[in-house]
Design a protein around this ligand. Structure first.
Ligand SMILES: O=C(O)[C@H]1O[C@H](OP(=O)(O)OP(=O)(O)OC[C@H]2O[C@@H](n3ccc(=O)[nH]c3=O)[C@H](O)[C@@H]2O)[C@H](O)[C@@H](O)[C@H]1O
Length: 440
């Protein structure tokens, strides 16, 4: 085929078709056999292109507005659709208890997403997961979480929140009463490496999701993950929802803060019920390998150095570390107290609920103490290197005032860092083995 085409080009090269009008008809007669051949081969070639086009996945409609983003290259081959797929979607979203609700969980194969999905499913709610399985951190951990979800009866649709056609399809198939939106580009420090991914997921993706929610009829109530990082350079402690959040210290924080403003807009214009949850450094089993407690554990076991940040004038750097089970209870409390959206099909019918809550432990712990607890649990001395807090978006401390969440959601964290890390370390060793080999 390739050879014939090449010959064709040689035989009928453009040089033989100079547009000299007086001789055009004669030339046409002279070249007729060649033209006929050219036409046949052109049709064959076009036919081949059409065959290849229709053989490509039917719904691989993901398109990233930031095409140069290397961490997301793998997303472009994702596909969805078809009767088998639709059956799985419907089965996963089926409510199995009298009081159950139907929930779409975005970021379901993520750390918080997995735990929240399982908790909802266990109490009889219909749960459908959505996750793009990007490679910000080891995707095999996400696949292992997916396997766990599947064992619980939860199907995770492989797709991106920026895929409007996919979201439309999901809302056509299922009447979701709630959306728990946890899909995001997380991590404070990575925002300096790949800023586009934060805009893509936390701003563009969030807007795309809210568009789908506002167009749905009935509209779902939305509970979504904001972040303690919105407090930025706030020095008033403990951080209250009433405090200023206009001084973000990282692009991550800025995109989460943008999310809170976007939520206001969709509530105001379309009557969407929206609850933002400001998570405070969530940790626990099945956690994120990019977080300090996780890679400290790995590096202590490997005998590698552990960089422990300190503030100005040897000041303590501390976090209000919050255990995953407490966060899950906060998420379910938010979902259960969420009022219905008031709009339908893109039209507002009345004022709707708009809330923001801190979900922290309200007991900050210095990072050096975190390392001490890990040393005792792992029975290995860490090779600590004290370093100045880099100017990369980190803030020196966080501390949540949780009285609003306690009052409105019945939120009451019960796990201290020592107890929570014990559970994490047990999981870590069972998942990776104590071989000290994990390369996550
Ligand atoms: O609450 C949030 O909203 C955010 O929480 C989390 O951010 P952080 O609180 O910064 O957690 P994490 O990176 O684990 O650092 C923990 C501590 O270790 C210190 N730290 C960190 C790295 C290091 O090498 N050395 C060090 O001392 C570091 O200075 C810090 O004091 C989520 O990642 C983020 O996605 C978001 O959800």
């Amino acid at each position: 085929m390739k050879q014939i085409s090449a010959n064709h080009l040689d035989d009928d090269s453009p040089g033989k078709f100079k547009p000299e009008k007086p001789h055009l008809i004669n030339r046409f007669r002279h070249h007729y056999p060649y033209l006929a051949k050219l036409t046949v081969w052109t049709f064959l070639f076009l036919g081949l292109i059409l065959v290849l086009f229709f053989q490509s996945p039917p719904n691989s409609s993901y398109s990233s507005p930031i095409s140069s983003d290397p961490s997301r290259r793998s997303l472009k081959t994702r596909s969805w659709g078809g009767p088998v797929w639709e059956k799985r979607v419907k089965s996963s979203a089926r409510i199995r208890s009298r009081t159950g609700v139907s929930v779409l969980v975005t970021g379901a194969a993520g750390f918080v997403g997995t735990h929240v999905s399982v908790a909802l499913k266990r109490r009889g709610d219909g749960v459908l997961g959505l996750d793009n399985f990007n490679d910000y951190y080891d995707p095999s951990l996400k696949r292992a979480r997916q396997a766990l979800l599947e064992r619980t009866g939860i199907y995770v649709v492989e797709g991106d929140i920026n895929d409007a056609a996919l979201l439309k399809k999901l809302f056509e198939l299922i009447t979701f009463s709630h959306v728990v939106h946890l899909a995001a580009q997380a991590g404070v420090r990575y925002a300096m490496v790949n800023p586009g991914s934060y805009v893509n997921s936390n701003v563009a993706g969030f807007v795309n999701l809210l568009e789908a929610c506002k167009n749905a009829n009935p509209q779902p109530a939305v509970v979504w993950a904001s972040s303690s990082s919105v407090y930025g350079l706030n020095t008033k402690v403990p951080f209250s929802e009433k405090d200023r959040t206009d001084q973000p210290a990282s692009l991550y924080a800025a995109t989460k803060k943008a999310g809170e403003e976007i939520a206001h807009t969709y509530n105001h214009i379309y009557g969407l019920s929206l609850t933002g949850l400001r998570f405070f450094t969530v940790y626990g089993p099945w956690g994120r390998p990019d977080m300090a407690y996780f890679f400290f554990t790995r590096d202590i076991l490997k005998g590698k150095t552990v960089p422990v940040f300190e503030g100005a004038n040897h000041g303590t750097v501390a976090r209000d570390f919050t255990y995953i089970d407490d966060i899950v209870k906060g998420c379910l409390g938010a979902l259960d107290t969420a009022e219905k959206s008031t709009g339908s099909g893109g039209k507002k019918r009345g004022p709707a609920q708009l809330r923001v809550f801190n979900l922290g432990n309200t007991s900050p712990v210095p990072v050096s103490s975190l390392v001490g607890i890990l040393e005792r649990l792992l029975k290995v001395k860490a090779k600590r290197v004290v370093m100045k807090l880099p100017r990369n978006g980190d803030v020196p401390f966080t501390h949540a005032n949780i009285s609003l969440a306690r009052r409105e959601l019945g939120y009451k964290p019960t796990t201290d860092l020592q107890t929570g890390l014990k559970k994490f370390v047990r999981w870590y060793l069972s998942y990776y083995g104590s071989s000290r080999k994990s390369d996550q």
